[in-house]
Write a protein that binds this ligand. Sequence first.
Ligand SMILES: Nc1nc2c([nH]c(=O)n2[C@@H]2O[C@H](COP(=O)(O)OP(=O)(O)OP(=O)(O)O)[C@@H](O)[C@H]2O)c(=O)[nH]1
Length: 164
Amino acid sequence: MNPSLQEPRFKKIGVALVIAWGHVIVGQRQPGQSFAGLAEFPGGKVESGEDFAAAACRECLEETGLAVTAERLLDAWQSTRVGDDGIEEIFRIEFWLCQPVSPSADLRESSLLTSSLAGAFHWVPIAELAQLKFPSANTKIIELLIKNVIDNEEPHLESSSIDD
Ligand SMILES: Nc1nc2c([nH]c(=O)n2[C@@H]2O[C@H](COP(=O)(O)OP(=O)(O)OP(=O)(O)O)[C@@H](O)[C@H]2O)c(=O)[nH]1
């Protein structure tokens, strides 16, 4: 079959922006992963039966040990390319604002980020995000986060369209 007539392949990634008291959870991509060494937010591939928000929450729990709920979509980034087999590949990342299930006052005291994978994840002041190197897909969400920080309040961000 002519590859151009085949359905595109999707790679969907749900990412969790977990924000409390002016900090956000940030990790570092590990050796062997794509973009190794770069900063990242908790997240990963959307599995069968999930949507992006559910994937963001599940990955956050797996990677950091912190249970969160997804509040709203903050930003999305999408790119399309043609694979070696000629089939179109669509790669989409959604960045979801997530709230810890525990009240944020308790978070400061609790043993945070208890997952075995959590060594790489930390609470980072939003004001320090500009000093870290993230994948280029994160450029807009980082700008939005930094712009919206006022007196350590949680940012109130608008959803944005991938067509922006
Ligand atoms: N978790 C996470 N992934 C991100 C962010 N920004 C960004 O471009 N990504 C990309 O989204 C994909 C996440 O996939 P993943 O973490 O489940 O997959 P992986 O590293 O095992 O896959 P890969 O190495 O095959 O790409 C990676 O390609 C990663 O580079 C981010 O802030 N958090």
